[in-house]
Design a binder for this molecule. Structure first.
Ligand code: NAI
Ligand code: MG
Length: 372
């Protein structure tokens, strides 16, 4: 029996190509694992009306970790048109499988390390080493949304919220509401994870990203919780910044930051900004971590315009595989893989199109594997 059971979820577009690249390096490392392929994504929405079929949910219940490529998503109307004719107009609603996966398995940590590997021609500045902890289940992504707004809700809001009385003459189908929901529990566990990480890896500072001066209820709760949690970690400095100012300061001086923690939406934005500073989508890797399951993925999407060409950069996915090795406790293999990747980047002989080269996806994987 192999030591690890890992779900293998290629998804759509380039998802399969980058996972193929990750398999090359994992096999070279002789990870004692069984990789079990699972169905996910647009293809299954079109065929079955479900982008995340129950059999894939069952698979995820039976594994320690998963590698996920990317899926295609489309707006509701376009989604309906793509369904198999017999399913069209049946009222099926497309929901992103990755968002469902995060909620169903309570993958509350979205961890995104951003390192500027020396020699990467795409680095914005050298010496960047940031770790982003994004809350992954609540906030504006809680899925509590109304369009049109039902009369019960608008009447309640008009009664309870003074600024909202302005809406009383607007018909419910003329506006929409998306609720930002932050709980103390949800805030505490992500903030605590960030501090525990900082303690374990001897990091100096945790910066909380928020907009508590304007979004007082939810972001206020997040910031207040951070101040409470920080008391348990006296050796680590607590810092905080407004989301808008943060984007500016990060660009001006990324070296001032160390570990960042944020509610879902701000975390989503900041992690893309951080990824861009260290090479863009070809370098952005991510882990979705819960108590029982962790899912590792590149942050990019299915890039339909490149699908089938084997030209995209697999480094994001290979670094996601490195994170998986760390998470499984395979520290030595993780270190080996990171060093091999960093060496290939530094030497600059193999570069994909985004790095200004013409190497193909699997050539990059082979070059990294050759150093293992
Ligand atoms: P995308 O990330 O798929 O691609 C945007 C562009 O970034 C590409 O056209 C390409 O120029 C570049 N790019 C992406 N990955 C790259 C790589 N590995 N190497 C080099 N260049 C790379 O974003 P887009 O085009 O906005 O979305 C395409 C589809 O992917 C949509 O249906 C979207 O909903 C979905 N998506 C899925 C995500 C996921 O599965 N987690 C995340 C983001 C988007
Ligand atoms: Mg992804």
């Amino acid at each position: 029996m192999p030591k690890y059971k890992i779900a293998w979820l290629p998804g759509d577009g380039i998802g399969g190509e980058v996972l193929e690249a990750a398999k090359i390096v994992l096999e070279k490392l002789s990870l004692d694992a069984e990789y079990i392929r699972g169905d996910i994504g647009w293809e299954f929405w079109c065929k079955e009306g479900d982008a995340f079929p129950p059999r894939t949910i069952d698979l995820l219940k039976s594994v320690q970790a998963a590698m996920f490529g990317a899926v295609t998503s489309k707006p509701v109307k376009a989604a309906d048109l793509d369904l198999a004719p017999k399913l069209r107009g049946t009222g099926l609603v497309y929901r992103s499988p990755i968002v469902r996966m995060r909620q169903l398995f309570d993958l509350y940590i979205c961890l995104r390390p951003c390192v500027s590997y020396p020699g990467n021609p795409l680095n914005y500045k050298e010496g960047i080493d940031l770790v982003m902890f994004r809350e992954n289940t609540e906030d504006l992504y809680s899925g509590v949304e109304f369009n049109p707004v039902p009369a019960e809700l608008s009447n309640t809001l008009i009664t309870l919220s003074k600024p909202f009385s302005y809406f009383k003459d607007i018909p419910g189908d003329q506006y929409a509401i998306s609720c930002k929901v932050n709980t103390r529990k949800g805030s505490e566990r992500i903030i605590r994870s960030a501090f525990e990480f900082a303690r374990k890896f001897h990091r100096k500072k945790v910066t909380v990203v928020h907009k508590a001066n304007v979004v007082r209820a939810t972001d206020g709760l997040f910031l207040e919780t951070a101040k409470e949690v920080a008391r348990d970690f006296p050796e680590i400095a607590l810092d905080d910044a407004n989301i808008d100012a943060m984007t500016m300061w990060l660009l001006k001086n990324p070296h001032n930051y160390d570990v960042l923690v944020a509610p879902n939406l701000y975390g989503d934005i900041i992690s893309d900004l951080c990824a861009q500073m260290v090479g863009g989508l070809g370098f952005g890797c991510s882990a979705n971590i819960g108590e029982k399951l962790a899912v590792f993925e590149p942050t990019h999407g299915s890039a339909p315009k490149y699908a089938g060409q084997y030209k995209v950069n697999p480094i994001a996915t290979i670094l996601a595989a490195k994170m998986m090795l760390d998470w499984l406790g395979e520290k030595q293999k993780a270190q080996q893989l990171e060093k091999a990747t960093a060496d290939v980047i530094r030497e600059g002989r193999v570069r994909t199109y985004d790095m200004g080269g013409s190497s193909k996806t699997l050539e990059m994987a082979e070059a990294i594997a050759a150093k293992l």
